[in-house]
Design a binder for this molecule. Sequence first.
Ligand code: NAD
Length: 492
Amino acid sequence: MGMTIEALAAQKAPATLKNFIGGAWVASTSSEKLVVPNPATEQPLAYVPLSNAADVAAAVAAARAAAHEWGEMPPPERAGYLFKLREALLDNRDALTKLVTTENGKVYSDAAGEVRRGIEVVDFACGAPTLLMGQNLDQVSRGIDSEMVRFPVGVVAGITPFNFPFMVPMWMLPLAIACGNSFILKPSERTPLSSQRIIEICAEAGIPAGVVNLVHGAVETVTGLVTHPGVDAISFVGSERVARIVYETAAKNGKRVQALGGAKNHIIAMPDAVLEQSVPNIAESAFGNAGQRCLAGSVLTVVGEARERLLPKLVEHAETIKMGFGLDEGVTLGPVIRGEARDRVHRLVDEGLAAGATMIRDGRGTGPSTGYFVGPTMLNIDEGSPLAREEIFGPVLSVLYAKDLDEALRLMAETNEYGNAGSIYTASGRAAREFKRRATSGMLGVNVGVAAPMAFFPFSGRRKSFFGDLHATGRDGVEFYTTKKVITSRWF
Ligand code: NAD
C-alpha cells in the first residue's frame, strides 16, 4: 500500500524512512534522524534520516548511471512514461491529498488544490516531443543551414521546502525527466512523506531505475548535492537565506542553478473593490495554508475609503474561520508547521507591537491546545514597521493605509526587497493596468489573491524572491533542464 495515511496509522511505531537509490529502497548510512509529527495533532508519523555525503554519492552514481540511456530514449517514448505517471498520480489523488494534510497541516481543500497543481506539471511535461523541438534556419547564409538542437543537462537535483510538499517537487521532477535528465529529490525534512509517495508512484509507473532518486536529509545532504561534481543542475525552492547560499555554492561549483526564495506579498485594496468576492479572497490569501505560502498576502494596503469599507468585513470573516486538523469536518485553517514556527510568528508580532503596531485581531493563543496553531491575526502598521519587511509565514495580515494607488505602489516597492507576488482588488481597469505595469513583483493578481501561475507559465518571482535566470515550469523550465547545440552545415 506504500506511504498512505492508512499505512501510517497501522504501524506500531513510527518507521525510519528510506532513501530510493538506483531503483531500490535503502537505509541511509547516517544514524542521525528527526521525528516527523502531524503538526495538527503532534502525533509522530515517521523518522526522517539526515543523509550524509556517502548517501548523496550513492544517489549521484545511480543517477549518472541511468542518465545516458534515459537521455538517448526518443522523447515520444519518454513522454509515454509521463502519461503513465499522470494516470498513476490521478489514481492516487485523494490519498496524496490526505497525506499532504497529515504531514503539512493545510486543510483538505488546500491540499487538493496543491495536488491538482502538481499533476498539471506532468500534463505539461507529457508534451515533451513538442517542448523539446529545436529551431532551424534554412539558408542562414548562401549554401549554409543552421539548426539549434536540445540535449539533456545530465543529473538534476531538486531541493524543496515544507510548505508545498507535493507541488514543489512536482514543479521539478516531471519536467527534468521529460527533458531526458535523471533526477535526485531532496525533500524538506519537515514534510518528507509526500515525496516518499511521489517516488513510489514513479516506480509503480515503471520509470526506469536510477532515473528518479530520493535522498532524505537537511543541511549536510544539500551541501553534498550542491558541491558534488556529478550533479549538473540544481533546482532549489525555500527561504531567501538558503536560496542565496545554494545559488552561490552551486554557481561556485560550476552548476546551473535556479533558486526560488522567500516573499513579502502586498495586496492593494482600492476603494472600488467589489467587497462580496474580495473579502473572502483576501482572507484566503492571508490566512489560507496558515499563511505558509510564498504567494500569501502579507501586507494589505487599504486605499482611501477601502479602510472603512473593507476592514470590518475582513475581521468579521476571520471570526468564522475554524481551526483544527484539516481532515476533520468543517475545519478551514490548519496549524503552522512546528512549535518553533508558531513561536517565531508570536515573536515577530510582539516585535511589531513594540515598534508601534496596533492590534486589530489577535489570533495568538487561539485554536486547539494540541498542535501548532496560530489564529488569524491582523495589525495596523506603518511603513517603518518590521512587519512590513520580514516574511512572517503565518496567518498574520499587516495593514497599511495609502491615500491613492501611487502611494500604495510606492509602499510595495519601498517597504521590502522581495518580489514574488502582489494583488490588486478593484473594479477599475485603469487601476489594474497601472498596477500590472508598475508593481515590483513578478506574479500579479487582479482580483486574485493567490496569483499562482499554472504549469504552462513560469513561476516568476523577482528581486530577493529569485536567484537565477530561468524560472521553474513553463518554457523557462524546459530551457533550464536542457542544453543547446547550434550546428552550422554546408555540403560540397
Ligand atoms: P528552508 O529554506 O528552511 O528549507 C528549504 C530546503 O533547504 C529544505 O530542503 C532544507 O532541508 C534545506 N536547507 C535548510 N537550511 C539549509 C542550509 N543552511 N543549507 C542548505 N540547505 C538548507 O525553507 P522552508 O522553511 O522549508 O520553506 C519556506 C520558505 O520557502 C519560505 O521562505 C517560502 O517563501 C519559500 N518558498 C518559496 C517559493 C517560491 O516559489 N519562491 C515556494 C515555496 C516556498
